[in-house]
Design a protein around this ligand. Structure first.
Ligand code: IDP
Ligand code: MG
Length: 139
């Protein structure tokens, strides 16, 4: 076990649907500590930069449009094994394949509009946290 940080984004659909409170409740009940929080609306270029690893994928342009379509809530979370535990709580990318009780199973409406992002490795978590937050913004 090791104390780890990860980055999560409550995506525009999650904010619009009013799922912020439900999602934070899941995170806090599962012993994630919120170390930083920022609400903003991503520009196209900020969303594209964040998802640059997907730029060759067929869904990239739609993904950028969706992620910049409304405000998002970006959180840095800290917990034991935060990266994998958050991914477990989120559920599969496609909500039809997500396990019962996961955040995406409960709130997502499609493989694109799946309400939440979570870093996929500790290494990427560091990069993603640095993309949105500077050291002074982490408590
Ligand atoms: P993840 O969010 O579960 O890590 P990724 O493969 O990293 O999934 O994809 C990033 C985001 O791109 C997804 O969360 C989803 O919003 C969108 N996405 C992934 N695959 C598809 C697809 O096949 N069609 C449309 N959008 C997709
Ligand atoms: Mg991913």
């Amino acid at each position: 076990m090791s104390l780890e940080r990860t980055l999560t984004i409550i995506k525009p659909d999650g904010v619009e649907q009013g799922n912020i409170g439900d999602i934070i409740q899941v995170l806090e009940k599962n012993h994630f500590k919120i170390k930083a929080a920022k609400m903003l609306q991503l520009t196209n270029s900020a969303a594209g930069g964040f998802y640059a690893v997907h730029r060759e994928r067929s869904f990239f342009n739609d993904l950028v449009r969706y992620m910049s379509s409304g405000p998002v809530l970006i959180l840095v979370l800290e917990a034991e094994n935060a990266v994998s535990r958050l991914r477990d709580l989120m559920g599969a990318t496609d909500p039809r394949k997500a396990a019962e009780g996961t955040i995406r199973k409960r709130f997502a409406t499609s493989i694109e509009k799946n309400v939440i992002h979570g870093s996929d490795s500790a290494e990427n978590a560091k990069i993603e946290i640095g993309y949105f937050f500077n050291a002074l913004e982490l408590v």
